[in-house]
Design a protein around this ligand. Structure first.
Ligand SMILES: [Zn+2]
Length: 88
């Protein structure tokens, strides 16, 4: 009987832990929602060349300038090889 109670307490604990992680992610950037009111220097996503005006989902401060990206995937790609995209 006591074992069962422990199991339930553990399940609730795990549930709470999972929920708080989800909340943290939601506070970061909502999936599918674009960012507005930021002054980015690039009109096109340097990685995939999509217009950032209506596909802005992530930004990166690089060498004192704020660059916009359509997704965090493109941002990560840019961070890996910034020189490759800056020369364009
Ligand atoms: Zn992109």
């Amino acid at each position: 009987m006591k074992k069962k109670v422990n199991f339930i307490a553990l399940s609730i604990f795990v549930m709470l832990l999972t929920n708080s992680c989800e909340l943290k992610n939601k506070n970061h950037f909502m999936e599918g929602e674009t960012i507005s009111n930021v002054n980015i220097v690039n009109e096109l996503d340097p990685v995939c060349e999509m217009p950032t005006s209506n596909n802005l989902n992530d930004t990166l401060n690089y060498q004192g300038k704020l660059y916009g990206f359509c997704s965090s995937h493109c941002k990560e790609e840019f961070k890996r090889n910034p020189w490759k995209y800056m020369s364009k």
